[in-house]
Design a binder for this molecule. Sequence first.
Ligand SMILES: Nc1ncnc2c1ncn2[C@@H]1O[C@H](COP(=O)(O)OP(=O)(O)OP(=O)(O)O)[C@@H](O)[C@H]1O
Length: 260
Amino acid sequence: MTRNAIVELTEVTKIYEGKVMYRALNRLDFEVEEGEFVAVMGPSGSGKTTLLNLVSTIDVPTYGRLMINGIEPEVLKQNELALFRRRNLGFVFQDINLLRMLTVEENLVLPLTLDGLPVKEMEKRVTELANQLNLKHILDRRPDELSGGQAQRTAIGRALIHKPKIILADEPTGNLDSKSAKDVLELLSQINRTERTTVIMVTHDPIAASYCDRVLFIKDGEFFNEIYKDERRQTFFQRILNVLSLLGGNVNDLSSVRLP
Ligand SMILES: Nc1ncnc2c1ncn2[C@@H]1O[C@H](COP(=O)(O)OP(=O)(O)OP(=O)(O)O)[C@@H](O)[C@H]1O
């Protein structure tokens, strides 16, 4: 294992057994360094969600080995796995999944309530996060009184309240307008830089991917390519488009985009 790899997949294969067997990932090797911000891209059906589900410990590889923070989640018992997830992982999804009956503040503290943390400690965490995520003025609102961006910031707050080592994000900007998407991506980069939280984000959007340090491209469940950020986000973005066009995506409509 490389010294600082926090996620390490070695020859991971995932086969879905159904009426027809489907090999969604095939001998995939992939490492994420601690503190990295990585995007995973690939055509529809290429295995991105499958990969994220494995790292989320929602599912297990059929063959090969997955290590997270030095542990193979597969060998943990149910209750150990729940604890492992809480310590290590925070989740952010496209469909934001806030509880509608609860306020922003209550949504934020929900995971801590489940943990039985003392009220003082919860209040301290909420204040810290509300400052960091610019949620102070909306703590008393309920989800249907929020903009899409505010709702996603709240969801990111909920994912962060445990101070997880890794944030796993599945199309976190998929349902947002471009201004809110930019907000959310800048927030994720800021958390990644200041807290050194590792972020793994599945996205179809090359603009979102251009915020990352590295983009992994997969095709038909296999490694296709990877590229690292360079000095300017604009050139990184162009290089992402180049790989996407090799992958067969339709990127013509994006090639003239100037990044905000
Ligand atoms: N539970 C399942 N049973 C059988 N096949 C599945 C299952 N889940 C996913 N697949 C298949 O595995 C392949 C990879 O799916 P996956 O959802 O990982 O792709 P993806 O890259 O995330 O796609 P998209 O971008 O469309 O979300 C697809 O062909 C899909 O149909």
